[in-house]
Design a protein around this ligand. Structure first.
Ligand code: MSP
Length: 571
């Protein structure tokens, strides 16, 4: 369904479609430009449930955790900006041997331990402006209820049986591993140990009677699900296809309670504790209201996760859902890792970066911008303070902050108003430059939309940055401060240059809201943009170029805001 809002009779008759954007008015003498009208993205769709992984409480939040949550937040905010009804859930994963051991090491009761660390995650996400609509803890009653109901469903449908589990177990990853998922290695003292090939964490041989899940029966159904290409970016889909070509043994889904006491007991057999990953994955159902009678559509659900937990989300989770008679997830958005000197940032390796420290140095939006812009779903990114400083100086302080300063400076705009756009019909070099700028700018919202739909916030930000640079170059070469000293025609063109620059900045700030909400607000406030013009749904850009009357012309700018983002010392 296409939604065209605020289109006037005149513009409706002159518009034609280009992709999802409509450009109103074809042409162009100096200053006469295509005008964009937003259609399509703001369509009313079924509510989306977007989820982050739930975070282990065995350690305090670090930058890698923040990244997982931030990627989900930017998708959520972008969907809301387009007028979609979306929910974002996050939370903490509180059961299992790891948490049991961490609490025991501190000599504290696991429940109090969980509450403390869970609150640290919540505070960190609030500080980072993660706009979650639900925060679930696996120790909550609503979750236990969902897990027990789900277990009974699996049991009723014949997917659970009791059997002897023998194999390797990796406590750090809470994962059962086959022989070829492990290799021999040695510890710091040179002792021979066995480790997980994927994570490098130590594994131990385990032999116990457990409840098993008939994963082996679900291979064909999982392959059918993969046909819908639910995993992005594509390389991760290929990895999962490969895994499914290998053996798919049944999975142990319980641990004996005398070994793992911190968890949800198996409903029919309290001498067993439900496997922490089955417990944890069900959080996505808990936040959707399961097992309430009104629990309607499970999905369209979009799970965001790091590549280290791909197997759990791309094999176990859809398999559990299919076995319980529920639809598998709609999409899995998978991201890569932050490294320090090429090594994955992780608490156990003691090489984590503290987000609180980064916020102190770079501000919350500075850190958000860096992580989103420099991190990449497809490949690992290395974190260094030098890279952060260089990037923020170049893109936030110089390019974006510079553009805002230039077009709102008292020297160039003493009346502190949006000027009137005045069209001159003579073709000229200036006209060509304007067309060049608008050529880039008119593509921008569509490009950003494509990138966001492909889960590439980094590329969306790169595209915005390059348009910001085009606006700066246009402003510099048209030099309105000189035009204002010329004849009437020059002055009129100077006003138009200023108008176009302010309007392009309004577009950039609108598009930047999901990534850097405070900085974008600062810009929009400075431009005096009312709230109804801050959305992507039905917003019209550059309409003055078609002779539409208001479009901010004559409106006063907002009050001064000082430097948008201060330059950082490179040392
Ligand atoms: N509790 C499980 C998830 C259960 S979801 C049903 C878990 N927790 S975690 O705390 O270890 O990780 C949570 C998220 O943080 C994962 O998406 C993981 O990939 C991410 N990160 C942890 N370290 C990371 C980096 N160094 N870089 C980027 N993300 C990383 O796994």
């Amino acid at each position: 369904m296409c939604v065209v809002l605020a289109a006037t009779q005149r513009s409706m008759t002159t518009m034609w479609r280009l992709g999802k954007w409509q450009f109103l008015g074809r042409t162009a003498q100096r200053g006469s430009v295509p005008c964009m009208r937003r259609v399509g993205y703001g369509e009313i769709m079924t509510p989306h449930l977007l989820t982050t992984p739930i975070f282990y409480v065995n350690a305090a939040p670090h930058l890698g955790h923040v990244y997982s949550a931030l990627l989900a937040d930017v998708q959520h905010r972008y969907a809301a900006l387009c007028g979609r009804d979306t929910r974002l859930s996050t939370g903490t994963d509180e059961h299992g041997i790891k948490v049991q051991q961490a609490a025991a090491a501190l000599g504290v009761n696991p429940s109090n331990f969980c509450t403390t660390v869970s609150q640290q995650f919540r505070t960190m996400f609030d500080t980072m402006a993660i706009s979650y609509t639900d925060f679930v803890r696996t120790t909550e009653f609503r979750h236990t209820e969902a897990v027990c109901h789900f277990w009974k469903k699996l049991d009723e449908r014949g997917y659970i049986y009791k059997g002897l589990y023998q194999g390797w177990y990796c406590t750090s990853d809470e994962a059962f591993l086959s022989e070829d998922q492990t290799v021999e290695s040695s510890d710091a003292e040179g002792n021979k140990i066995r480790v997980s090939v994927e994570s490098g964490h130590q594994v131990h041989w385990m032999s116990e009677e457990n409840y098993m899940f008939r994963l082996s029966q679900l291979g064909p159904k999982l392959l059918d699900w993969l046909q819908t290409e639910p995993i992005h970016p594509a390389p991760f889909l290929r990895i999962v296809r490969q895994w499914l070509e290998e053996d798919l043994p049944d999975l142990s889904v319980s641990r004996q309670r005398n070994r793992v006491s911190w968890g949800i007991p198996v409903p029919s057999d309290p001498s067993h504790t439900i496997y922490v990953w089955l417990d944890a994955l069900i959080n996505y159902l808990t936040v959707a209201g399961y097992p309430d009678h009104n629990f309607t559509p499970w999905g369209p659900s979009i799970h965001l996760l790091g590549k280290d937990i791909l197997r759990f989300h791309a094999i176990y989770w859809p398999a559990f859902l299919l076995a319980a008679g529920l639809p598998p997830p709609k999409k899995l958005l998978v991201h890569s890792h932050w490294t320090c000197n090429g090594v994955k940032m992780s608490k156990s390796l003691k090489n984590v970066v503290d987000p609180t420290e980064c916020i102190k140095q770079y501000t919350r939006d500075g850190l958000r911008y860096f992580l989103l812009r420099h991190g990449s779903p497809e490949r690992d990114s290395d974190f260094t303070h030098h890279t952060v400083r260089k990037l923020l100086n170049s893109e936030l302080a110089d390019a974006l902050g510079g553009l805002l300063n230039r077009c709102t400076a008292h020297t160039i705009n003493p009346g502190q108003c949006w000027p009137y756009y005045q069209c001159n019909s003579e073709p000229s070099a200036a006209h060509n430059e304007l067309q060049g700028l608008l050529g880039a700018v008119k593509e921008l919202p569509g490009l950003v939309d494509q990138y966001m739909n492909r889960f590439q916030a980094n590329k969306a930000l790169e595209a915005i940055d390059s348009s910001v640079r085009c606006s700066n170059a246009f402003f510099q070469s048209q030099a309105p401060w000189k035009l204002f000293k010329g004849d009437e025609e020059d002055k009129a063109w100077g006003q138009s240059v200023l108008y176009i620059t302010l309007e392009s900045l309004r577009l950039y700030a609108t598009l930047l809201q999901p990534a850097v909400p405070i900085l974008a607000k600062t810009i929009l406030d400075r431009l005096g943009v009312p709230d109804i013009y801050r959305t992507l749904k039905g917003n019209v850009f550059f309409a003055a170029t078609l002779g539409e009357k208001y479009c901010f012309q004559g409106q006063t700018l907002g009050s001064k805001c000082g430097l948008l983002y201060p330059r950082l010392d490179l040392d």
